[in-house]
Design a protein around this ligand. Sequence first.
Ligand code: SF4
Length: 373
Amino acid sequence: MAAPKGRFARYLDTVDVTALSTRDYTDADVTAALGRENRDLADLAVLLSPAGTARIEDIAQAARATTLRRFGRAVRLYAPLYVSNACLSSCTYCGFAKDLAISRRTLTVDEVEQEAGLLTGRGFRHLLLVAGEHRVEVSQDYLVEIIERLRPLVPSLSIETQTWSDDTYQRLVAAGLEGVVHYQETYDRTRYGETHTAGWKRDYDRRLNSTELAGEAGVRRLGVGALLGLAADWRADVLSVAAHAAFLVKNFWRTEVTVSLPRIKPSMSGYQPLVPVSDAQYVQALSALRLFEPEAGIVLSTREPAALRDGLVRIAVTTMSAGSSTEPGGYSAPGVATEQFSISDERSPAEVAAMLEKAGYEPVWKDAFPLVG
Ligand code: SF4
């Protein structure tokens, strides 16, 4: 049975993001949106529009000033730790989809600890445990065991796995879990149905509600995101994910909220973006997002190329991964299991940290983010 709509889903039903994203805007609209102190979704739509693209320099400069004021010159570094690529769902864009003939692997808890040891040796104190959707291979008991094992070694642990019930989130928090990341991928219900063809993830509302459940269970960091290129109207997805972040900031005020807008990368799925998002549009999207929701952290993965990442750190990004592998066990023994997607920034964590320092930023390896109480 499909999950009922949660609070945010009901709110989103009241907002016509398509009407906002497709309206014609003028240069004067952009000037007005830039001039406001507190911006609403209509302002965000203006900043994301083609008229906004023509003013990208102004939007990026305003975003940079806002980021510096709110977050200072600190960028948190984290690493994804893939524990399994087993999956019972089919998402048309993903290299782990259940019907793909790939090399599957689920790490033992000892192997996860070994991977974590390598990553802490490289400086990381914030790890994101990533898994496909497989309730048997990646059970809640398995995750609890991993979290309890890693907790003394890694002060900040987050998960990016399937969605869970509120009881399970409570159990994971009790074990030491700090953060939960759920990408809605696309907020367009029709497109969501077309691209999530089988499995647990196919239930749009269950996925959308899960972030609220995690927040109510006491998770301290909540991450949401959309996969740009999945739906034809990327601006509508940015509007929706921004509204989602603002909802979480407002309703879970003790929780740190982050947003990520990955662009589709090549994978075993062979999926090609429906509408590619250019680099300029990508900078525009992250800058506009920063101006709409100054409280939210913005996360950038190694999917993006090094030069673009270096530029975005100076504009809007507050958290980034470095030296990532997207295959289970890929830090200790690369090439055994299939990766989820290919990465673009192949620099080592030390090289990324050196880049940040050279740019005048402090790489933050552990949970000492300056404005999180
Ligand atoms: S995106 Fe997640 S649920 Fe979908 S196929 Fe990939 S691993 Fe499975």
